[in-house]
Design a protein around this ligand. Structure first.
Ligand SMILES: C[S@@+](CC[C@H](N)C(=O)[O-])C[C@H]1O[C@@H](n2cnc3c(N)ncnc32)[C@H](O)[C@@H]1O
Length: 161
């Protein structure tokens, strides 16, 4: 598989999993958390499709497309190792949907990172809330769900509390 193939699979899977998770959590009123803004493509997609829920963005340095930059009031700046526990203290377990796309090109590093942040992500979700991730996560009490139509195995993961 070429890098282009892998990239396309990741993008198609992100969209399929996000659309599925947005619909599945539509009746949960809690906020949505976007972990890793990057260029802001997935943030923009969620902003277009999610109505009536705040979308908080977690990022250590904002460098997004101007159309895809969140308002300051919904931006949580800093390293997620610090900002996720601080957000749990601030809001409690209220998130209806958490999307994480924090990884880079090194798969082994991404896996170590996913192991580190899994216990920080897990307590943030509300009952029935969903987590969508580009990397396999290591949760104690969340259930991994089958991927929706259109998503490619291994390119995206969906979990439910
Ligand atoms: C792959 S990009 C996200 C791309 C985004 N989903 C999009 O569609 O444009 C990953 C982002 O995660 C951020 N990031 C990585 N590790 C982080 C950390 N420990 N704390 C906060 N942000 C982090 C990086 O700064 C980068 O902007």
């Amino acid at each position: 598989m070429s890098r282009l193939d892998l990239f396309i699979d990741r993008m198609v899977s992100q969209r399929a999993c996000l659309d599925y998770a947005i619909a599945e959590t539509a009746l949960i009123t809690g906020p949505v958390y976007e972990l890793g803004l990057g260029n802001g493509r997935t943030y923009h997609h969620m902003r277009e499709r999610i109505k009536g829920r705040d979308i908080y963005v977690f990022e250590r340095a904002i460098a997004s497309h101007p159309d895809s930059t969140p308002p300051e009031s919904l931006t949580i700046l800093g390293d997620v190792h610090d900002t996720l526990p601080a957000t749990l203290e601030r809001f409690g377990p209220v998130a209806s949907l958490i999307h994480a796309d924090l990884g880079g090109h090194n798969r082994a590093k991404n896996d170590i990172f996913a192991r580190e942040i899994s216990p920080l992500v897990e307590p943030l979700l509300a009952e029935g809330g969903l987590m969508v991730s580009s990397d396999r996560m290591y949760f104690e009490n969340l259930t991994e769900l089958p991927l929706p139509t259109g998503a490619v195995e291994g390119r995206c993961f969906v979990y439910r509390r």
